[in-house]
Design a binder for this molecule. Sequence first.
Ligand SMILES: [Zn+2]
Length: 480
Amino acid sequence: MNLVMIGLEIHAQITALKSKLFCSCYGNYRDLRPNTNICEICSGLPGTLPIINKKAIEYATMTSVALGCKVPDKIMFYRKNYFYPDLPKNFQITQYNVYGFSSIGADGLFELDDSKKIRITRVQLEEDPGRIAYSEEGMNVRNSALVDYNRAGAALIEIVTEPDFNDPKEVRVFLNKLSLMLEHIGVCDTLLEGAVRCDVNVSMKGGNKVEIKNINSFKEVEKAINYEVTRQTSMYNRNLKIEYETRHWDDRKKITFKARSKEEEHDYRYFPEPDIPVIVLGNNFVSTLKGYMPELPNERFNRYVSKYKLTEHTSNILINDKKLADFFESCVKIYFSPVEIANVLITDLKSFIDNNSESTDYLSNMKVKPEHIAELVKLIEGNMISRLTAKDFLIKIAESGVSPSEVLNSTNSFKIVDEKTLKEAIDTVFDNEASAVNDARNNPEAINYLLGKVMKFTKGRADPKIAASLINIKLRQSEN
Ligand SMILES: [Zn+2]
């Protein structure tokens, strides 16, 4: 009964850029003292001229292509005029679809799943405003506010969808897939604070559209929509008129509240930016770009399954963490054993890095490097160490950055394949575990228990296959 219609406006920063969209200030404004990352251009002093960042056009084009949009031959920029303290120039340089010009991407289609596709209205390139920090009491208590222009002028990609979502859950799936796509094409590190933001419009069939702004993380989007759907449903049932308005999301109280009556597009007095000429992309621009554009997540998934013979489950775990997938590929380049490398990364490495994965650079800051994983897998496959030992090695490497062979030499952790040594270990375990030995004659699980004890006794070094067969032999012998 598609009563609810939801559309999205997503703002994703091009965090891959070194500089802002129209000047040479740092693109990464994070961790800088307020108002130190600004210049004449991004603070809009009279007489200055913006110079477009060519890389920003490339990244925005890649995003458009990935979203199935048409990319025009020529693009233009517009001024969107409004007064707000975070906007030093009192206008924002953005794009607009008018006079036969479109933004850098238009009319795309993004597949949610087999049965549902979301139409992408447009992709546009624009500048980020600065930031306002309100006093502790929250956004609706305006005792004081501070402004920081470090972010002003950073490059932003705006992605606008048609109101094709009928359920907040679809929105969540879309945003997850979109984030993954932006990560894989290298446009945006979506884990960075404020790197992706989302405005939502929600309407009940026949009712006015309500826009919700200020949703600062994708996690909050679903909650905000749920709240708004409940609010509008209750008004609808009581025959109350739903106003055309902008509401803000208060992520502490988990409610939306009215901010202002919605302004119309013509209130912004769009006009062509006179300081930036029409940019001719040229006929070959898109095809050349496609040539060196990174793989999309689904392309990468297919390659992992077909070329590397990974299971779909394993491939998904890697693809869902782009940095882990890159790390995996670096290992595979050094030593081609994709299945075992994926195994070590997912079962052993990931378990102890998950604690630090909030930090976006956890893999590059880690002392375990692809060379280490490649060497470790070589040792496992060469039957030099057991999988259990490998896990201990990883912890040692993570602590000190030494190589697996150094750990092996210094700890004498070679896998025990020598039958005499293994038999001695098994004898000791049998002596200590008399009742389990009795059970093991009828119960295969008790054999695994004994094997576990042997592994423990040898500090994980026993070759489990040889040890298991020796245990079986000894059980049969003691039966007679
Ligand atoms: Zn600047």
